[in-house]
Design a protein around this ligand. Sequence first.
Ligand code: FAD
Length: 407
Amino acid sequence: MFEFSDEQKMAQTMLRQWCEKELAPQVAKLERGEYPPYELMRKMARTFALDEMVRASFKRLEERAAKGEVAPEREEGESGGFARDPGMSAIVGMELSRHCPGFCLAFGASLGLAGGAIMAKGTLAQKKRWALPILTLEKIGAWGMTEPNAGSDAFGGMRTVARRDGDSYVLHGQKTFITNAPFADTFVVYAKIVEDSATDPRSRPIHTFILEKSDPGLSVSKPMEKMGMHSSPTGEVFLADVRVGRERLLGEKEKDPSREQAREVFHGERTGMAPMCLGIVERCLEDSIKYSKERTTWDKPIAENQLVQEKLARMYMHRENIRNLLFKQLWMVKHGQKQSMAEASACKLYCARATTEVALEAVQIMGGNGYMREYHVEMLMRDAKLLQIGGGTDEIQIVTIARQLLG
Ligand SMILES: Cc1cc2nc3c(=O)[nH]c(=O)nc-3n(C[C@H](O)[C@H](O)[C@H](O)COP(=O)(O)OP(=O)(O)OC[C@H]3O[C@@H](n4cnc5c(N)ncnc54)[C@H](O)[C@@H]3O)c2cc1C
């Protein structure tokens, strides 16, 4: 059976204390958009010496590359320190989400999606120039796949193009719903290379580019107004003939199109949601138990009503299932195994649906209070809904599972 190690449990306790002391008091401001989440992320990184660990890991990576022990380019799986311990990454996702899933989303999109994509396929020089500052939180990253007409149909519907012009590429298009876009320094963006006009636009090769906020032609929108995840700024990215050199092509090799690499990121996004779900569900369950013992109707605590008990029991059942799914995932990683796309989709589908159900029921248990901002579950409920949409909708997870079952 998988369990967190003593060291991981200790780190979890420390992180929980940090969240209670530093994150919880800022949630209201973060949610109102008065305070972007990035300074607080940097504070967290400094407190836990995350930046130092990443730098030390990069140094080792460079030394090994210099000795020829690893190929200087494209050594798979080397993450420069970040996510080397998936158990710790899960703990971070759980603990941040107990207090503020939006903060967790902004953190994960920068380090996990943008930083992770560069670490997975970038050359050593690209990792050092663009991933290192993201992983140490000096810079903020955004990962741009979705477009106004390409969400679920991300690859086929993609209209952002990169045209070759001598040694440069000229990117043109638009991305939308991009986490961190309004404040990001570095953008990992997907675009289709235009080979010739005869090629069906749906099947043009897709490549990944690293762009910077200061690149002429790149602009971003203001933060979009959303139902939830208010602590995570979301925006559009406009690319009006952004000219970049070959060093911006991730991996610097055109013969390696990026669909597979993007699928890897989708896979990571799907499996990475389980800790967020667990954090939200645990918090909803704890708050609901406490509330139902304290709140009385007809002179007895509402917890004594079987209808309330049924809700608590279902919340507990979901908590157990999500925990088991997460622990299975961590066990597999520990033993060098990888979940299939269907397994990752089934996990995301179950966890996201269960989390929305649990958060809605937590609101229900608290009645009018549950509908009020003052009660934490009101925010968690709005935030939970995103988990059924982002990283591939529920329906797309179902299609993916069915394809594997029937294929
Ligand atoms: C807060 C937030 C943050 C986000 N962050 C990022 C980010 O950082 N980077 C990024 O690239 N994207 C991001 N996204 C985009 C997200 O991944 C997409 O919104 C999501 O993939 C769905 O795409 P869509 O919105 O275009 O919906 P659509 O694809 O238009 O889908 C609409 C509905 O139709 C259903 N549907 C579509 N096709 C099928 C089908 N074949 N079978 C059955 N049903 C179908 C869908 O399930 C959905 O219910 C973010 C979105 C949000 C809301």
